[in-house]
Design a protein around this ligand. Structure first.
Ligand code: UDP
Length: 341
C-alpha cells in the first residue's frame, strides 16, 4: 500500500516538481490547489498517473480529505514579491487560516506536517549568513508583510501544534529557480531570462549590490523529501549557500545567452533585503543534504526550458517590479542608466 501525501500548492513551481518526485518515489499524491498563481500545465507530466489525484480547492476555505494520509506538505501561497503584492489578502489567508486548516488535517489523520516557510522570515537580516536560530528583522507593516508575517504565523502555528502532539515541522526555503517559473512572476531569474529572450534591457534593481543565493529546484525538492521522511522538527534552512550580487547574476545570465542587451538600473523595491545566504549546516547534519547542481548548469537548463516553453504571447508587458512599491528616494546610484555591455 502506497503512503499517501497531500501537497497543497502542488500545481505551482516548486509544488509540481515535488509531486513528480513523490510519485517517482512510490507515494500516492493528492494535490490541492486553487490555481491562483499556478497552472495545470505544470502537472501535465502526471496526467494518467494512477497514484495522482488533483483537487481544485482553496485550502483557506477548508481541506477535507477522506482516507488515510501519511504526510501533509503545505506549499500553497503566492510566493514572489509581485504575486503577493497582487494578492495580499489571499497571501495573508493561506498563510494563516490555510495553515490552520492543513494542520487540522494533519492532526485528524495523525500525519506528519511540513510548512514551506521562507527565508523571508529573516526579513532584511542583521545576521549573515542566516542560521535557524536567528529571529529575523521583518517590517510588520511594509509591502512584504502580508507574505513574511503570514509565513511567520505559519511557523508559530506549526510550533504550537507540535507542542500539542502533532508531528509538525518547518523548512525555510531560500531563493529557488528552475523550469516552470512564470515569465511574469517578477523574480530576478525568470525576469532576466524573459528580457533576454525579448531583447529587452535587464532591469537590475538599485545598484545591484544586494545579494541572493539561488538553489536549483531539483536540489531543493530532494531536501524537502528528506525532511518529509525524517522526524526532524526544524526549522531547517534549505537553499544554496553560494551567494552572488544581483548585478553579477544579470551579467552571468547575459553571458550564458551570449547577448549584449544593456543592463538598466531601476528603483529598488521597498524593504528589499540587502543580503541573503543560508547557513545549511543543520540540513547537512540532520538530513545529509546539500545542493549538488552546479549553478551554470542549472541556469542553462532553466534558460533552455524557458526558451522552449514561453510563448511570446506569455511575455506580459510592464516593468519587472510592476505592482511592487519602490523605495523613495531612489538610491543615488540607481540613476545610472546603462552599464556597458
Ligand atoms: N530584482 C531585480 N530585477 C528584477 C527582479 C528582481 O534586480 O527584474 C532584484 C530584487 O530587487 C531583489 C533580487 O533581485 O533584490 C531578488 O528578487 P526576487 O524577486 O527574485 O526575490 P526576493 O529574494 O526579493 O524575494
Amino acid at each position: 500500500m502506497r503512503k499517501r501525501v497531500v501537497v497543497t500548492g502542488g500545481a505551482g513551481f516548486i509544488g509540481s516538481h515535488l509531486c513528480e518526485r513523490l510519485i517517482a518515489d512510490g507515494y500516492s499524491v493528492l494535490c490541492a490547489d486553487n490555481l491562483l498563481t499556478s497552472s495545470l500545465d505544470n502537472l501535465a507530466g502526471l496526467a494518467g498517473e494512477p497514484g495522482f489525484e488533483f483537487l481544485e480547492q482553496d485550502v483557506s476555505d477548508g481541506l477535507a480529505v477522506s482516507g488515510k494520509v501519511a504526510i501533509v506538505l503545505h506549499f500553497a501561497s503566492p510566493a514572489s514579491p509581485v504575486d503577493y503584492a497582487r494578492h495580499p489578502l489571499e497571501t495573508l489567508r493561506v498563510g494563516s487560516v490555510g495553515t490552520m486548516n492543513c494542520l487540522e488535517l494533519a492532526r485528524e489523520k495523525n500525519a506528519r506536517f511540513l510548512i514551506a516557510s521562507t527565508s523571508e522570515v529573516y526579513g532584511d537580516p542583521a545576521e549573515h549568513p542566516q542560521r535557524e536560530s536567528y529571529w529575523g528583522n521583518v517590517n510588520p507593516i511594509g509591502p512584504r508583510a502580508c507574505y513574511d508575517e503570514a509565513k511567520r504565523f505559519s511557523e508559530a502555528a506549526a510550533a504550537t501544534y507540535r507542542s500539542l502532539g502533532t508531528d509538525a515541522a518547518i523548512i525555510r526555503i531560500f531563493n529557488t529557480f528552475g523550469p516552470r517559473m512564470r515569465p511574469a512572476d517578477g523574480r530576478a531569474i525568470p525576469t532576466f531570462i524573459r528580457q533576454l529572450l525579448d531583447g529587452e534591457p535587464l532591469t537590475v534593481a538599485g545598484d545591484g549590490s544586494q545579494t541572493r543565493s539561488f538553489c536549483y529546484v531539483d536540489d531543493l525538492v530532494d531536501g524537502i523529501v528528506r525532511m518529509a521522511r525524517s522526524n526532524v522538527p526544524g526549522p531547517v534552512n534549505l537553499g544554496n549557500p553560494t551567494e552572488l550580487t544581483i548585478l553579477d547574476l544579470a551579467h552571468r545570465i547575459r553571458e550564458l545567452a551570449e547577448s549584449a542587451v544593456e543592463i538598466r538600473h531601476v528603483p529598488l523595491p521597498v524593504d528589499d533585503p540587502r543580503v541573503r545566504r543560508p547557513d545549511i549546516g543543520l540540513a547537512l547534519e540532520l538530513l545529509d543534504w546539500r545542493p549538488v547542481t552546479p549553478f551554470e548548469q542549472a541556469l542553462s537548463q532553466t534558460f533552455a526550458w524557458c526558451s522552449a516553453h514561453w510563448a511570446p504571447a506569455a511575455h506580459t508587458a510592464g516593468p519587472a517590479t510592476a505592482g511592487v512599491p519602490v523605495a523613495a528616494p531612489v538610491a543615488a546610484n540607481a540613476a545610472t542608466p546603462v552599464l556597458a555591455s
